[in-house]
Design a protein around this ligand. Structure first.
Ligand code: GDP
Ligand code: MG
Length: 439
């Protein structure tokens, strides 16, 4: 997708007789790329209007960095779509917070409820699970296995067939035991059916959740809009979790779900493993949707500067990218300047630095380097997973570097994005262009 958009913009900016018609053609090409990435058709039409309103043809006069302007507009508009500016529910310690999952069968509810319970448990909450899926044979076993692995207490029944009764009993039991996060997993059906919706509403009335979360398969595509509307109407969920974002799907469906229901995405599932759950952030998500920045260009530039790149290049060829590699890259960038140009080549970094001038940008970079320098060697040479399994490291580093937890988390997100890219590029720099094309 990113490649197609880049190509459309480049065609335009290279075109010798830049006219209104060529500009229209470019907007059209961008929009059809977005529709192909499963962004809802109506949303794309709106986006098209926004682009036309924001970037007028006369703005594209010589001297304006047209490419940047257009790309930034597309990026900003997509971020706007995926960010409903609604605050998601924040559970309180010392109180029983009931969270109920809804969604179609196979969406990833059972997998994700354990991930989420573990996520809260790792942050000091007393968390547990209730299996209210009495519809699918084996549902309770699946939850039991996951929960046992994650050491999360659970409740369910092999004999009780009424999901409402099981849900009520489980939630009451755990409330008495003063659990702070009680997650209720429910059944799904293959299709949206009235009895599924009826069951959802009955469970809701029985357990009175503080938050209902819709779990949606990230590869759902154009069906996302209609499906999320139907669930919103029946179960009025207050948050969305998108699963399987590690898959090949373009992810445009997620944007449609948010836009259709004005409900924030709170987490994304990034794999089948228990730790594969990330807090959702609009900017990195859109950045990923649109492509990967200009990594190939950056590497070329860096090579031409003859900076010390040996280890990183070797790592990338092996499909590895450590936190230390990120630190080395950051300090190289400081040497390379001008920052605004360089940052634009690194996926995610330009968004993080969006709107900053070069001075603010270098302050930000310097803080990122401080963060790395507060890490132990083990952390620096890791693939970043140690921070997921032991989040207390993040607090320690924030304190040690005089930055914030948020900034450390941003840096780790940035690192993960680059590590994923390195994985795709395994086999050498020559493959980079290909890897970019595949996104
Ligand atoms: P449910 O029917 O909604 O409870 O869905 P499940 O939790 O049983 O998940 C269905 C399948 O999707 C399982 O094979 C999961 O391992 C898989 N799955 C769930 N979340 C993710 C994810 O984020 N990434 C990947 N790759 N697979 C996932
Ligand atoms: Mg299930």
């Amino acid at each position: 997708l990113g490649r197609r958009i880049n190509a459309a913009v480049s065609d335009l900016t290279r075109s010798p007789n830049l006219d209104e018609k060529a500009f229209d053609g470019m907007v059209k090409e961008i929009c059809s790329a977005l529709i192909e990435a499963d962004v809802n058709v109506k949303l794309v039409a709106g986006l098209r209007k926004s682009i036309r309103n924001t970037v007028s043809f006369k703005d594209l006069a010589p001297g304006v960095n047209k490419k940047r302007l257009i790309q930034k507009t597309v990026f900003d508009e997509l971020v706007k779509l995926v960010d409903p500016h609604a605050e998601p529910f924040k559970p309180k310690k010392g109180k029983s917070n009931v969270i109920m999952f809804v969604g179609l069968q196979g969406a990833g509810k059972t997998t994700t409820c354990t991930k989420l319970a573990r996520w809260y448990a790792a942050r000091g909450f007393k968390a547990c699970l209730v299996c209210a899926d009495t519809f699918r044979a084996g549902a309770f076993d699946q939850l039991k296995q996951n929960a046992t692995k994650a050491k999360i207490p659970y409740f369910g029944s092999l004999t009780q067939t009424d999901p409402v009764a099981v849900a009520r009993e489980g939630v009451e039991k755990f409330k008495k035991e003063r659990f702070e996060i009680i997650i209720v997993d429910t059944s799904g059906r293959h299709r949206q059916e009235q009895d599924l919706f009826d069951e959802m509403v009955q469970i809701q009335q029985a357990v009175r959740p503080d938050q209902t979360i819709m779990v949606m398969d990230g590869s759902i595509g154009q069906a996302a809009e209609q499906q999320s509307r139907a669930f919103k109407e029946a179960a009025d969920f207050g948050a969305i979790i998108i699963t399987k974002t590690d898959g090949a799907a373009a992810g445009g469906g997620a944007i449609s779900a948010v836009a259709a229901t004005h409900t924030p995405i709170v987490f994304i599932g990034t794999g089948e493993h228990m730790l594969d759950l990330e807090r959702f952030a609009p900017q990195p998500f859109v950045s990923k949707l649109l492509g990967m920045g200009d990594m190939a260009g950056l590497v070329e530039h860096v090579q031409s500067l003859k900076l010390d790149q040996k280890d990183t290049m070797k790592h990338i060829a092996e499909g590895v990218f450590t936190v230390r590699d990120l630190r080395d890259q950051l300090s190289n960038i400081m040497k390379m300047g001008p920052l605004s140009k360089m940052a634009g080549m690194i996926p995610g970094l330009s968004n993080m630095m969006g709107g900053m001038d070069d001075e603010e940008g270098s302050t930000k970079l310097r803080r990122m380097i401080y963060i790395c320098d507060s890490m132990t060697d083990k952390e620096l040479d890791s693939d970043g997973k140690v921070f997921v399994s032991q989040p207390s490291r993040i607090t320690r580093i924030a304190r040690g570097s005089g930055t914030s937890v948020r900034e450390v988390e941003d840096l780790l997100t940035q690192h993960k994005m680059m590590a994923n890219m390195a994985k795709k590029m395994k086999g050498g720099v020559q493959n980079m262009q290909r890897a970019q094309g595949a996104m």
